[in-house]
Design a protein around this ligand. Structure first.
Ligand code: KG4
Ligand code: ZN
Length: 407
């Protein structure tokens, strides 16, 4: 397909990989005209986690209105668009299928190019998009990117094409340096919150409650991964996605959060904290049934000192794990900057500690704003721009790939 030189570079992004239906219009990967997100959190909260069938149903219901709202808010007509970009994977199969089917139909009907984007690539470009909006100076490259969410905890070295803004035919390169062997960090936040009766998703509650506890109260050791012969040829399973094999990766850059989760469980059992957690869960359910959203004060009142200390200690341990491996990997790969992105990048303690360590080391660091930390479609439209420049278009028989690997 020929590139129209007079084009404005308007890309409509569509995202439906998990529990957010999103659409956005972004100009040339740098100016967001609209970003609309329909969250399904309320639907899934009652089940304590994302229910794939419910997610697909909600995406089906929301996709057309959300895309329509994104175009309206951007003041853009379908005919103005230069391309339709969509998340191809990784994610929930049925959820991805809704987005890809919608995007394919739209691209076909409009006769516009279709661009397939990896969800993790999207999270990385969320940071680049905002960095461009905030400053004329590009972030120094290559960058070490920590993608840390409910489904992923991955370290990539991200290298831009030689000339970002010319039709070079080359694309960004992403080299996987590390990843979790079991749970994603966000999954650990959510599971620990559930164990403590705090509801779903628990990450934001743990973030808000942690400042009221003592992070040194419960000493959790830094998880060490010495060798992994049992993993050769295997692919670890994390929520929603199975990605690349880990055998080739340096153990220094591998994460493991399931041991930490078990240590929290053991602490709860050994200190008789289970009954209080069940009572807390009941109190929160009663509030929800009465149509009342709990406030931070409500949650604080329901948590005793022991629980607040455990929350603070758990969060500090997760941040410690993420911090050490990320900075070690950045140094090893001679990264010129560090990007931290994905839902858990919204965590306040993580932002503070990463920022101060980056300052200490003189390494530029960037996070997305809170709105672009969690799933959205502006990041998908932004990631699609260099692919548009390179003429890297997808065929109209594109299939969603729940296990799509970023490379
Ligand atoms: O990126 P995201 O919206 O969806 C996935 O791709 O998974 O991330 C959602 C995850 C959830 O596990 C949620 O608990 C976690 O991000 N999260 C947080 C915070 N905000 C969201 N975890 C810790 N602190 C937060 N402030
Ligand atoms: Zn995500």
């Amino acid at each position: 397909m020929a590139l129209a030189t007079a084009s404005r570079g308007l890309i409509l992004g569509i995202e439906s990989s998990c529990d957010e239906t999103a659409a956005a219009v972004v100009v040339r990967g740098e100016q967001t005209l609209s970003s609309v997100v329909a969250s399904q959190t309320a639907t899934h909260a009652a089940w304590g986690g994302v229910v794939p069938e419910l997610a697909s149903r909600e995406h089906l219901r929301n996709i057309a209105p959300v895309a329509g709202a994104a175009l309206r808010q951007a003041g853009v007509a379908l005919s103005d668009l230069d391309a339709i970009a969509v998340t191809r994977g990784p994610g929930l199969a049925g959820a991805l299928l809704v987005g890809t089917s919608y995007a394919k139909a739209l691209a076909f009907a409009l006769g516009k190019p279709l661009i397939a984007v990896n969800h993790l690539e999207g999270h990385i470009h969320a940071v680049l998009l905002e960095a461009r909006q905030q400053s004329d100076e590009e972030l120094r490259m290559p960058a070490l990117a920590l993608v840390v969410s409910g489904g992923h905890t991955h370290l990539f070295l991200a290298t831009p094409p030689e000339n970002l803004h010319e039709k070079s035919g080359s694309a960004w390169r992403y080299t996987l340096l590390g990843r979790t062997l079991d749970d994603a960090a966000g999954e650990a936040f959510d599971k620990v919150a559930k164990l403590l009766g705090l509801g779903y998703p628990g990450g934001p509650w743990i973030d808000r409650l942690a400042p009221f506890g003592d992070p040194r109260a419960v000493p959790f050791a830094l998880t060490r991964i010495k060798s992994k012969p049992h993993l050769v040829g295997k692919t670890p399973r994390t929520k929603g996605a199975i990605t690349s094999p880990v055998a080739a990766l340096d153990p220094r850059f591998l994460f493991s959060f399931s041991g930490l989760k078990t240590a929290v469980l053991r602490h709860v059992e050994e200190h008789g904290m289970r009954t209080a957690a069940i009572a807390r869960e009941k109190d929160l359910s009663a509030m929800a049934a009465a149509g009342r959203k709990p406030t931070l004060d409500d949650l604080r009142a329901l948590c005793d000192r022991q629980t607040l200390d455990l929350i603070a200690s758990f969060q500090a341990a997760v941040v410690d794990n993420l911090l050490h491996r990320s900075f070690d990997a950045a140094e090893f790969a001679e990264a010129q900057s560090l990007l931290v992105t994905g839902g858990v990048a919204a965590n306040s303690e993580l932002r503070l500690r990463f920022t101060s360590e980056a300052k200490r080391r003189g390494l530029p660091i960037a996070f997305p704003t809170l709105a672009l930390s969690t799933d959205n479609a502006a990041m998908i439209a932004a990631a699609a721009w260099p692919r548009w420049v390179a003429g890297d278009f997808a065929a109209l028989d594109l299939e969603a790939d729940p296990r799509l690997v970023l490379a």
